[in-house]
Write a protein of this length. Structure first.
Length: 573
């Protein structure tokens, strides 16, 4: 059988790259022919080459430049030479403008019709350069902004739509194939947040622009958006309010709503909150993954000793176990992990929450609804008539809820809940401040857990750090333990969006009640005295657990200092 001239040229080209064996070249050509893709895509699909090395070799053979798109600066006039629609559609990036020639970066020079399409879109002659696809995508997002192609079409059409056809029904965002409108732009913002593992989206009107920020791993990151976004502020906010079932005519008062979405088959609840500001309504969206996010106790970041202690506490027949920490410190995740661990058909488990963040099979979950009188206290009072074995209260906010929870613990129920305090011992003081009698606290509480979340170092780019001993001593780091592990520092790479961190883990302080501490509570001892006594009995503090994770190469000294400053301030007092 004769071979086509095109196949022969591609075979020669792949051979000149010097990356493939003859058998691999034939496999690449066969894959490209059978799947109707390019040789670049075929080679990547087969896993016989990594994209940077392949493109660098192709650039040498084709005698075109090879660059890293994330590392170069591109002038504004060059960006304007190619419409955002073409950039997003063909996954390219304009690079240099020389007279009538536009240099365009691509990750696949063999894309059919690519040069002709770019020539028509830019009305200039085209020269190609090569760069890895993730680099191009990141650079295009940074330079043009999320949803730039959608807003470009809106400006060309000079129309703004707020479609009233979406309420609380599930919307599938996987394809993003809706018409070019504000509807699609809002979907793109949520889709992008989901891909970036964001927990929150903040849409914040400013005087001259509309700022959008994502909270990723507990830290806010500004999201690049097109410069003309301010023009569509009203339509974007109205669209979000329509999706959340809010009153779009009411702009003077705060509102709360909820959106139910399906992204790549995963159910996501989005809690929406609007707040009137000087320059318009500020919108916050909290993304709650209902079908995922449930962690086992071995995934929380607990030390072996603390995990063993907690496993004993959560299997006791009665008593209260409280987890403390500020908003966003992972308290709910810990509660769900405990419930997931003990959940079995022999136990009747009932929760009352605001909101229900994760749905758990086999557990009866109640959503607080203050507007109809279903508060934590009211719900908890009725739960006790439902013959529960284990009760989870989302948060103890007032004396009434605390009293009912304590009564439940004293009458043979195991109760999990949360409090907003700085450390474990501070939960005792908080309960006493609510007006709970000391003897009731001492007799009902079995354990107290304080926790914070620290960002985990990206394993792909972290590197050993050189830190002066004087600095370590100044921040209270146990210098005598330096031989137990290696301290790393963040670097930044594609996998971690250049931050040096990817994901979060917890640092913990587990206080177990004993006779001495119970007596101290009855005598109204201070939280610092209780904490000191717990340390004498082997409790590891938040800061100490943080140092363990620094020596384990999990996080950095700066992260531990960032989340445990309050504990340090308490110690100094």
């Amino acid at each position: 059988m004769s071979r086509s001239p095109v196949q022969g040229r591609l075979r020669t080209l792949l051979a000149r790259c010097g990356l493939f064996t003859p058998e691999q070249i034939e496999a690449i050509l066969a894959r490209a022919r059978d799947t109707n893709t390019t040789i670049v895509q075929a080679a990547l699909d087969l896993g016989v080459a990594k994209e940077p090395e392949l493109l660098e070799a192709l650039a040498r053979v084709l005698e075109v430049p090879y660059v890293r798109a994330v590392d170069i600066s591109i002038p504004k006039e060059c960006l304007e030479a190619l419409p955002a629609k073409a950039v997003m559609q063909f996954h390219v990036l304009p690079w240099k403008l020389e007279d009538s020639v536009l240099h365009v970066i691509t990750s696949d020079p063999f894309t059919p019709g690519l040069v002709d399409a770019l020539r028509v879109a830019s009305r200039r002659r085209i020269r190609l350069a090569l760069s890895p696809g993730p680099d191009i995508e990141a650079a295009a997002k940074r330079l043009y902004g999320v949803g730039a192609d959608t807003l470009e079409r809106l400006m060309q059409d000079d129309r703004i739509e707020v479609a009233p056809d979406v309420t609380l029904e599930k919307v599938d965002l996987s394809s993003l194939d809706q018409e070019a409108s504000v509807v699609k732009f809002v979907n793109q913002i949520i889709w992008e947040a989901y891909k970036e593992r964001a927990t929150d989206i903040h849409v914040e009107p400013q005087e001259f622009d509309l700022r959008i920020r994502y909270r990723i791993d507990g830290v806010l990151h500004p999201t690049p958006v097109p410069p003309q976004l301010k023009r569509f502020q009203s339509a974007i906010i109205s669209r979000i309010k329509v999706m959340a079932g809010m009153d779009i005519a009411e702009k003077r008062l705060p509102q709360d709503g909820r959106i139910s979405l399906r992204i790549q088959g995963e159910e996501i609840d989005v809690r929406v909150s609007t707040m009137p500001t000087v320059y318009g309504e500020s919108v916050s969206l909290r993304l709650l993954m209902r079908s995922s996010g449930l962690l086992g106790m071995d995934q929380l970041g607990l030390s072996p000793d603390d995990e063993a202690t907690l496993r004993k506490l959560i299997t006791r027949p009665h008593g209260i176990l409280l987890v403390t920490g500020p908003t966003g410190s992972g308290k709910s995740t810990s509660l769900y992990a405990w419930l997931h661990t003990i959940n079995k058909v022999e136990l009747r488990i009932i929760t009352i929450e605001d909101p229900i963040e994760y749905e758990m099979p086999g557990i009866n979950q109640i959503q607080v609804r203050p507007e109809i009188g279903l508060t934590f206290a009211v719900g908890l009072r009725h739960i006790l008539r439902q013959d529960p074995d284990v009760i989870m209260v989302g948060e103890i906010r007032d004396k009434e809820t605390a009293e009912i929870a304590i009564r439940a613990a004293l009458t043979g129920h195991l109760v999990f809940s949360t409090l907003h305090t700085n450390d474990a011992a501070g939960a005792v003081t908080r309960l006493l401040d609510m007006g709970i009698e000391p003897f009731l606290v001492a007799s009902s509480v079995e354990g107290l857990v304080a926790q914070r979340l620290v960002r985990k170092l990206c394993l792909a780019c972290r590197r050993p750090a050189r830190i002066e001993e004087n600095f370590l001593r100044k921040v209270g780091f146990p210098v005598h333990r330096l031989g137990e592990g290696t301290i790393y520092e963040p670097v930044g790479c594609e996998q971690c969006r250049g931050t040096g961190f990817r994901g979060r883990t917890g640092i913990y302080e587990v206080l177990v009640m004993n006779d001495t501490i119970r007596a101290m509570i009855t005598a109204r001892a201070s939280s610092n005295e209780i904490k000191a006594e717990a340390i004498r009995h082997g409790m590891c503090t938040l800061r100490e657990d943080g140092w363990r994770k620094v020596l384990g190469g999990i996080t950095t000294i700066e992260e531990v200092l960032r989340v445990s400053e309050e504990d340090e301030a308490l110690a100094e007092e």
